[in-house]
Design a protein around this ligand. Structure first.
Ligand SMILES: [Zn+2]
Length: 301
């Protein structure tokens, strides 16, 4: 079975530089110094990090992965990775919709850099999904067929921010999957991806996806949000999601990010076992773990 991972993060030198700037210490730390503090490996350069990712995918038997540039303005880093390994890496990037140049950045990223996923974090950037700033972004993405819009909903915690003592004043009210359904209705040709089954807003994610056939859910991370619902299990989450959406709109992902931890084999093993236990057919499992990703992001763009 082909494994494609729809959700991993590209922690580039730029990513660490941005966190250093937010820390505001003098003298400023280098990315290498921050990585030492975190006991993570220094990415060194985007090319070196891209090579490390592909070596990791090879070692784990993973065919392709989406890699998310995880701070606004880091499109070039992940574009370098895509250019180096176009058959293995699909480039996603975070955009801050409140930035004046955001629509232009999106146009450049999808048209010139070959990136395929625009990532919105409304709770982080404090921009409601129904805001005109968001419409402009989705408009720019929609002009390029094949580009998906990823919308983080529900609970949001960024582990590296906590580790570095950076505040995370996220407005959780703004990440509601029902708002994604409004966008998805307005842009029916654009695939929208809601990660982590809605990260605590499963019911709303299922309602949105039931109403809009262009909404996909990803399975990524340990999904520890299930603890918000008494008695809920990840197996029940998979079964309910499959009964509402079918198998063709569920994208396997791990939410892997830093090295040396690398690709999160445990997330795959757990989800593979759950899918087998739930009696999902081999054909449907193949869609979840790889086929749907391939259909959305066929080969190199
Ligand atoms: Zn993530």
């Amino acid at each position: 079975m082909t494994i494609n991972d729809a959700h991993c993060h590209f922690f580039s030198p730029q990513f660490f530089s941005a966190l250093v700037r937010q820390r505001g210490r003098t003298p400023a730390q280098s990315p290498a110094e921050v990585c030492r503090e975190l006991q993570w490996d220094d990415p060194v350069t985007p090319d070196a990090l891209a090579d490390r990712w592909v070596a990791e995918l090879d070692a784990r038997g993973v065919a392709r992965t989406a890699l998310i540039a995880s701070v606004p303005g880091d499109e070039d880093s992940v574009a370098a990775a895509v250019a180096r390994h176009p058959s293995r890496i699909v480039g996603f990037f975070m955009v801050d919709p409140s930035a004046a140049d955001a629509p232009e950045r999106v146009r450049h990223a999808v048209n010139d850099l070959g990136l395929a996923g625009v990532c919105l974090f409304p709770a982080m950037h404090h921009v409601p999904l129904v805001d005109e700033h968001i419409i402009r972004i989705v408009d720019a993405a929609a002009a390029r067929p094949g580009v998906a819009v990823f919308v983080h909903c529900g609970v949001l915690s960024v582990g590296v921010r906590a580790k570095l003592g950076l505040p995370s004043p996220f407005d959780l009210r703004l990440g509601n999957p029902l708002d994604v359904s409004r966008l998805a209705l307005a842009f029916p040709a654009v695939p929208f991806i809601i990660p982590h089954f809605g990260a605590g807003m499963l019911r709303e994610a299922l309602m949105a996806a039931d109403a809009c056939k262009n909404i996909y859910l990803d399975t990524s991370s340990s999904n520890s949000w299930i603890r918000y619902t008494p008695g809920l299990t990840l197996e029940a989450v998979f079964k309910t999601t499959l009964s509402v959406l079918g198998a063709s709109r569920l994208l396997f992902g791990t939410d892997s990010s830093f090295f040396p931890r690398g690709w999160q084999q445990g997330v795959y093993d757990t989800q593979k076992a759950i899918v087998a236990e739930a009696g999902v057919s081999a054909a449907d499992a193949a869609l979840i773990f790889g086929g749907n990703f391939e259909r959305l992001f066929p080969g190199a763009r």
